[in-house]
Design a protein around this ligand. Structure first.
Ligand code: HEM
Ligand code: CU
Length: 571
């Protein structure tokens, strides 16, 4: 039996999610369909890059087009795939955890359409650059550093899309406040708590990129202003650019904390610990952005040092997560009859794609965490800065911890919001393992190539002649592994999309839907959490103060010499 399908008797008197909350189900479905489309396109761009860079196959694009392709890959996967998934699962989570409809179907549709139109504008600008006749272009990569310039449509689309995400948050908060009126004094349900803290972090973080785009880059590309300060715009970007990684990760954490324990056959170990972790992310996500600017002149070393210290503190919530999630899995395994120190691992449902994908994603996240510690060290960062090590690192984190979890949990979520049974179960079962093996190859070789000095973001890495064997391996072997790994990954992404499209097109199943959205109570529940944890206003205020401390002085010094003036700050 497929373990996450509840037995029919349990479900007899429970309506499926789609029947209880048809509007939330529709918004989730719409968000996920855009997300999966972005994934499919992004994955195809991924294999093109991987084969081009490694010299295995260069027939599809010219090296000049490589940068538009890479921009498309970065933006479609890191922004649109992940964040449309987030709006999907958070919409589901809001209704599911509050037990309540969204406050207004029109408003929900409006924010979704705003996000969609922004994404279409930005994608048009990027892919226009690949088609000769069209005057659009955007080969500014996913970080769009000034003075690189894209067509105004690129920036306008990003701003529109961003406004859509803000309104999505308003929708969830509004639904929460209505629930609060009817349930004074009750603890915030855990999933809702996670959604709220994540969105508060997002409001703080996106302020930076909104100012960057609206005040500087869009006017610059429209020709309204002559110059911008590259350091200031980079600083505004990374003010957003670090917390966005938690915006990618929080849907995965949300899943690992609230759904994975059930898929393992048990319950969440501790609700209070989960709340503490999300508060720590709200507090510490933003005041660390300078760890992406260790190599930037003009940022005082002291502020880089503060960012490094905060970054190392951020390891704490991740270690807490590793502990809580593994403890919940072990509890589940023992409920299923598992025994022994490690023998319980065998009792986990490795044949269930939703479980296997989440567990493998978590495992790879541990490896990504360790290479992240190397990135975060002010001194050893210079060893790996802008080398292929960095894509090696973030394909483990956003590219697997987030991406694979999102794919895996869709096997469980999608039937609930479509009313269809999952199709092609056998394909789904092997898909997470294909991704895991592909990423094992690609990421490992990228890390080693980075240590050997191979740069990232280039269509022509001129390092073919060197041989780093036996220490790091030979260059040709690393290139081959990147090509094979990248191909497996793209295969994995397309297998996933195949299962989803197959499920979407299938007839609505006979009898009752068998995937159950009900989540069991944690072992240590909300009543064990100190009430102060639910005081999200307090945590929000502290987060704002920390941001002001970390960024106030450096930003002041950058604008003191004139907002649009690129002159160096006075250090
Ligand atoms: C960059 C391959 C999936 C996000 C890259 C690069 C390669 C690659 C080879 C480095 C290019 C260079 O620096 O010259 C692949 C393949 C994938 C995949 C084959 C399989 C489908 C993903 C996923 C995500 C992602 C799932 C995120 C959710 C990124 C980002 C960049 C990147 C943000 C950097 C873009 C930039 O430098 O501006 N990818 N990737 N990739 N990838 Fe992937
Ligand atoms: Cu960071």
């Amino acid at each position: 039996p497929q373990t996450y399908e509840a037995d029919e008797t349990q479900l007899k008197d429970r309506l499926a999610f789609i029947d209880r909350y048809p509007n939330a189900a529709r918004i989730t479905r719409l968000s996920l369909s855009v997300s999966f489309t972005a994934l499919a396109i992004g994955a195809i761009l991924g294999i093109i890059q991987a084969l081009h860079r490694t010299n295995v196959f260069r027939g599809l694009i010219s090296s000049a087009d490589y940068y538009s392709v890479l921009t498309g890959h970065g933006v479609l996967l890191a922004l649109f795939f992940t964040i449309f998934f987030l709006t999907g699962i958070f919409t589901w989570g809001t209704s599911n955890s509050l037990g309540r409809k969204l406050s207004s179907p029109r408003f929900s549709l409006a924010w979704f359409l705003l996000m969609l139109s922004g994404a279409v504008m930005t994608s048009t600008a990027i892919f226009g650059g690949l088609v000769g006749q069209i005057p659009f272009s955007a080969d500014v990569l996913y970080t769009f550093y000034a003075p690189l310039q894209a067509h105004p449509l690129f920036y306008a689309g990003l701003a529109t899309w961003l406004a859509g995400t803000w309104l999505a948050g308003v929708d969830w908060f509004r639904t929460y406040y209505q629930w609060r009126q009817d349930n004074p004094g009750e603890r915030i349900p855990l999933q809702m708590f996670m959604i709220m803290t994540t969105m508060l972090m997002w409001y703080i973080a996106t302020l930076g990129v909104a100012v960057e785009v609206l005040v500087f880059l869009l006017p610059m590309s429209l020709g309204l202003i002559e110059s911008v300060d590259p350091l200031l715009t980079r600083t505004l970007f990374w003010y957003f650019g670090h917390p966005v990684v938690y915006f990618w990760l929080m849907p995965a954490y949300f899943t690992w904390y609230t759904v994975l324990p059930k898929l393992s056959g048990g319950r969440l170990f501790s609700d209070p610990l989960a709340r503490v972790v999300f508060i720590l992310f709200l507090l510490l996500s933003t005041p660390v952005g300078f760890h992406h600017q260790y190599a930037d002149p003009g940022v005082p070393e002291g502020f880089k040092f503060i960012a490094m210290t905060n970054t190392m503190f951020l390891l704490l919530p991740s270690f807490l997560t590793a502990f809580t999630v593994v403890a919940s899995m072990e509890y589940g395994a023992r409920q299923r009859g598992g025994t022994g120190y490690l023998g319980w691992l065998k009792s986990l449902p490795w044949g269930n794609p939703a479980f296997a994908g989440c567990a493998l994603a978590g495992l790879m996240f541990a490896a990504g965490g360790f290479s992240g510690i190397v990135n975060a060290g002010m001194n050893i960062n210079s060893l790996v800065h802008n080398t292929l090590w960095v894509p090696g690192h973030f394909h483990l984190t956003v590219g697997t911890a987030s991406a694979l979890t999102m794919m895996a949990i869709s096997y469980w979520l999608y039937p609930q919001i479509t009313g269809k049974r999952l199709q092609f179960y056998g394909v789904a079962q092997i898909q997470p393992y294909i991704w895991f093996i592909g990423m094992g190859l690609m990421s490992n070789a990228m890390h080693r190539a980075g240590l050997a000095g191979v740069p990232r973001r280039t269509a022509e890495p001129q390092y073919q002649q060197f041989d780093f064997a036996p220490l790091l391996g030979s260059m040709s072997e690393m290139r081959l592994q990147i090509a094979i790994g990248g191909s497996l990954l793209t295969l994995g992404a397309l297998m996933f999309v195949f299962v989803m499209v197959g499920t979407w097109l299938a007839e609505r199943g006979r009898g009752r839907l068998r995937v159950d959205s009900h989540l069991p109570e944690p072992i240590s529940g909300a009543s064990d959490s100190p009430r102060v944890l639910d005081n999200v206003k307090l945590w929000f205020l502290i987060a704002v103060v920390l941001v002001a401390i970390a960024y106030g002085f450096p930003i002041y010094s950058m604008v003191a010499d004139g907002v649009f003036s690129p002159a160096a700050p006075p250090f």
